[in-house]
Design a protein around this ligand. Structure first.
Ligand code: CTP
Length: 473
């Protein structure tokens, strides 16, 4: 396994080695940079570990670079960072660490390179490459990280109970690496995750979600989501997702396991789109099913209105997981709320009015909604899948035709709520909503044409019914 570095990287590493030599300390490349280079993955940051003082080394390196980069450092952690051109370099002194049980903040004492490697999370992240002039480029691999990399294994250098209890975020990292790299977590390490899952509670939600999003952004997110579920971790921070699991049977009637169905939908979608928030919509599309599940005698299981319940759950889940509020949350909520609509259109007699309503409600997110709905087809029955897909194609074509004719997608009704308030000299109220919706619905349903005159005539008629009169009348 070879490492290929750019000229710029090589030049920088030689400088760092020379600067360290002046203070008679050693330094090594370590961690993700070494791992990703060996795997042929792109990297844009490097970690350097030194047997001396990391902050002092960063300053000394910055002094010889032109232009001199700024050094940012954290005295308590003994780490320093410089950004040189488009490359981020992190310096840290080699250390022995022991963690306290109630926090992620370690008690740090200086150590040897080996001590430092031993305290790292996985064998594939503990590989070090010398930057010292006597053995520049030499790999130090005390825990057979190269062999694990070749066999695609995630394994801790220490007893996994110690590694995970030292820093429980590593349980999420193990699953994230297994997903991103398509590696297997060895059974001993995985069992330790199960045993220590409860310790995830001391980790901040932001850090957990950061790892979760990396899993969601991977080629096949289901790998990590499934591991999170079977390890018991998921239950601690996302119980609503776990609630989808299981299939109940009554009177010989069952329903599908909505957890595994959802995993399939996410993978289907991940093949079509890299949009993280569309992937989140896939994850959450059926989240309202457990609370809306009913058994109807002689009929079977129903999940009526689960899309509405799901849409309402989105803000709470986003808040709980510390995901961004506002735009992204609204987008995901909207798609969850609309995800049954194209499917219903594909089943029913398609009217132009239903098409216009979908165009209006989905607006610029219509294509994403269609992608979500296609991903939602997870039947194993090929003939069924073919039929659904053909129906969707029909819906798409009809949507295009109606849009060409009526231009509904970015349409706004010819009379707005503000217009209504001015016209009748009223403040925001229930009446404004009634009148606004009445105009919108009449146009979408094709009852009146889409123009100002027709809208005004209808408005005056409806306003009179509500006892309202034009302000200037
Ligand atoms: N590390 C660790 N335990 C952690 C986080 C990091 O032991 N909880 C060590 C690992 O050796 C890791 C290195 O610190 O390789 C750098 O960590 P980081 O930059 O967070 O991750 P990378 O491994 O570089 O991977 P990525 O950039 O994909 O997050």
């Amino acid at each position: 396994m070879d490492i290929v570095c750019s000229q710029q990287e090589l030049h920088l590493f030689q400088i760092i080695g020379k600067v360290a030599a002046v203070t008679e300390t050693e330094c090594y490349l370590i961690g993700g940079f070494v791992r990703d280079k060996l795997l042929g993955r792109a990297t844009k940051d490097a970690d350097i570990v030194t047997t001396g003082d990391g902050i002092a080394l960063a300053h000394a390196v910055a002094d010889v670079l032109k232009p001199r980069p700024t050094v940012s450092f954290f005295k308590t952690f003994g780490t320093a960072h410089i950004r040189y051109r488009d490359f981020d370099i992190e310096f840290v002194g080699a250390r022995k660490e022991s963690y306290r049980t109630d926090s992620r903040k370690p008690d740090v004492t200086p150590g040897t390179l080996r001590d430092d490697q031993l305290r790292r999370d996985f064998t594939i992240n503990a590989l070090a490459i010398s930057l010292n002039s006597n053995d520049f480029g030499k790999l130090t691999d005390p825990f057979n990280g190269i062999a694990d990399m070749q066999e695609c294994l995630i394994k801790t250098p220490l007893d996994p109970d110690i590694t995970f209890s030292d820093d429980p975020l590593r349980m999420m990292r193990a699953i994230r690496f297994a997903t991103q790299l398509n590696f297997k977590i060895i059974p001993e390490t995985f069992e330790a995750i199960r045993r220590n899952a409860g310790r995830i509670k001391i980790i901040s939600q932001e850090r957990i979600t950061d790892e979760l999003n990396k899993i969601m952004a991977a080629k096949k997110p289901s790998v990590g989501l499934h591991l999170l579920y079977i390890s018991g971790l998921l239950e601690y921070f996302f119980p609503q997702f776990v609630a989808l699991a299981g299939a109940e049977t009554r009177e010989g009637r069952g329903h599908k396991d909505n957890f595994y169905h959802t995993l399939q939908v996410i993978d289907n979608l991940a093949e079509k789109s890299d949009n993280l928030w569309l992937r989140w919509a896939a994850l959450l599309h059926d989240i309202g099913k457990p609370p809306s599940k009913r058994y109807e005698e002689g009929h079977g299981w129903t999940f009526h209105g689960h899309e509405v319940v799901g849409e309402r759950m989105v803000p709470k889940i986003f808040k709980q997981l510390k995901l961004p509020q506002h735009d992204k949350m609204k987008y995901v909520g909207k798609l969850v709320g609309l995800h049954m609509r194209p499917t219903c259109l594909a089943k029913d007699e398609i009217t132009d009015s239903a098409m216009r309503r979908l165009l209006f409600d989905a607006g610029e997110d219509l294509e994403d909604l269609m992608t979500l709905c296609e991903s939602d087809i997870t039947s194993k029955n090929e003939a069924k899948v073919k039929r659904y897909m053909a129906n969707f194609e029909l819906v798409r074509q009809r949507l295009i035709a109606v849009e060409e004719k009526d231009k509904i997608r970015n349409w706004q009704p010819p009379i707005s709520g503000d217009d209504i308030m001015v016209m009748f000299n009223i403040t925001p109220s229930r009446e404004v909503g009634i009148l606004k919706n009445c105009i919108r619905d009449a146009i979408l349903d094709g009852i009146i044409p889409n123009n100002y005159e027709a809208a005004l005539a209808l408005l005056l008629e409806k306003a009179a019914e509500l006892g309202l009169h034009k302000a200037d009348a």
